[in-house]
Design a protein around this ligand. Sequence first.
Ligand SMILES: [Zn+2]
Ligand SMILES: [Zn+2]
Ligand SMILES: [Zn+2]
Length: 106
Amino acid sequence: MADEPDIFCSVCKKLIDGQYVVSGGIAMHRGCVKATTCPVCKKPIHGPAQVVFDDELHPECFRCADCKKDLTNQAFAKDGNAILCADCGAARLKKTNPKANITIKK
Ligand SMILES: [Zn+2]
Ligand SMILES: [Zn+2]
Ligand SMILES: [Zn+2]
C-alpha cells in the first residue's frame, strides 16, 4: 500500500518489499531469518560459516584479532569476543589481563 512506511531488514539493511518476518519486534526478509551475524564484522553470514565455540563466523573473519594471522587449522584462543592465535592469546594472558578467561583450543 502507498501509505505504508518503508521497512528495512535488520539483517541486510535493505528495503523489504515482499514478504517478511517479524521476530522480537525486528523485521527481516524471510531469506534473512536464518542468517547468523558474524561477531567479528557484525555482518550476516550467508555462506558457509566457521564455527568457533558457540559462535559462527565468516571463514575470512577467522583470524587473530591482534596479529591477523589466519587461524584455519591453527590452535586459537578466545578472550571475550576477540579470537586470537595461541601466541597472542598467551601474550595477552600474561601481559595485559592476567585474569582473562582465555581458552586455547587445538
Ligand atoms: Zn534482508
Ligand atoms: Zn565476518
Ligand atoms: Zn596472533
